[in-house]
Design a protein around this ligand. Sequence first.
Ligand code: GLU
Length: 579
Amino acid sequence: MRRLFLTLGAAALAVAATPDAAPNAAWASPSAGTETTSAVRQSGQARHAMVAAANPLATSVGVEVLRAGGSAVDAAVAIQAVLGLVEPQSSGLGGGAFMVYYDAKTRKVTAYDGREKAPMGATERLFIDDEGKPLPFFDAVLGGVSTGVPGAVAMLDMAHRDHGHLPWANLFEPARKLAEEGFIVSPRLAGMIALKQVPQPSAPDAKRYFTKPDGTPYGAGDRLRNPAYARTLQRIARYGASGLLTGPVAQDIVDRVREGPRPGTLTLADLAAYRPTSGPALCRPYRIYIVCTPQAPSGGPGLQIALGILGRTDIARRDAGDEKAWFEFAQASRLAYADRDRYVGDPAFVDVPIEGLLAPEYLRRRADLIGDKAGPVTFGLPRGAPRSGPDATAEPGGTSHMVIVDAQGNVVSMTTTVESIFGSGRMVDGFFLNNQLTDFSFSPTDRDGTPAANAPAPGKRPRSSMAPAIVLTPEGRFVAAAGSPGGSSIQAYNLKALVAVLDWEMSPQEAAALPNLVAKGDQFTADPFPEAIMRGLAARGMSLLTARGEASGIQAIVARNGRYEGGADPRREGRARGF
Ligand code: GLU
């Protein structure tokens, strides 16, 4: 039954076409589009160490670093440097990230926060125009006003000081060489360059970078050199995060952000003042496991709420072919989205009632609302709930997820992003500037003036959906790690991956390939599901909108039977490999 279901799901996936999935379809076609083919290409098994990343070049570099005796964090640094070059639509030096790190010796999970911050000159009216109305979304994205202080490199620098084995400078060599000599443009990147549904690929900086001397755009199979990126990597290799956040590169970032249209206020002082954070991860029980994610303002709390609700259902006794299982999944998602939208923001600025939201009796009450039919869903009133207004945050998708296990058993699960495809479309020194500040709620207050938890403020971090996860046994042994890009749908993608791996005992590749169902408010968007499930859900008031398909990019590794199994989402170009 399960096998049959997977085959149907995969066939359906092949026809999915969102703006983001379109280039993927082009990539998938040469493989003849069967699930077996893509599963073989993307999954892997290993005894000692493993990498699952969103691009084959990045995976190879990560494996090389691990073979050379590098730690999981070393590999993450090298992989990020490569991804910023070969997958610039998703993440890079100009972006931010969240990472959870499992230390095999102490069995502790640490959360690293490299989320972008708003400049000190930002106000709550960051995205409000002269007439008092929220800016059209892409006007905001393309402006300097959308760029926050980039945090990914500073976060990796911090994690490397804590857990690096190899010298920092060496980790940039593979990417520097690729940038210098040129890399082969992948079908997915080519698809993004040609994309017309979003304005960034046609923005002047992107256009310049992606146009060949003969005036045509770079396509799949072309070799693209980026000497400016190589030079920036050399500075970072030499000076650490200061090579990016101070000196000439910082000046270039500030100059570009302060150009019109819609210039931002970013200053050298904003960049120099940036500090990533580290601290205990947010860890909560899920059935017989412990799931660890980053804290707010990441997507960790939302994912934990959804798991907390689902853990109080019988979904683990059901399977992926059972319509009731998907109903429970969707209801738990809706309830969790309602609470995270209402309550989650940067905890340095707003009270996030995290203990109340994750209290067993509160989760029990929320789980009791699942019922048999999809009625209206609203946020709850957990203990410690502040008065906060409705949220008006929009999140389209760029972003990348990686999972790494090193030979000592240390684990990195990291989601990294420039926010939208090619971020703001603006480039300096070979990399794209993020548009992360559009992850704030554009309207800072509701009609009666109640502030939104995710309203912009100077120095504040916008709320994220990114929720890299690591799963342990109660004794602290590593079980699994997973995560995905996908904007606000990340919560649903990660939830599916975890339920599939933990409850339905699927391999990470099967889990990644399984159709997605994203239930938010009264919207049920999804990959095509088998007819019987679609009919069953419709009878419960959930009509799935499947026309666009889903653009998840799950990467996952599971420890099973004394070895590691890895999986990479067949909707994108990822690979899992190890030794
Ligand atoms: N900017 C989003 C976030 O931090 C991620 C966007 C994406 O996944 O594409 O939640």
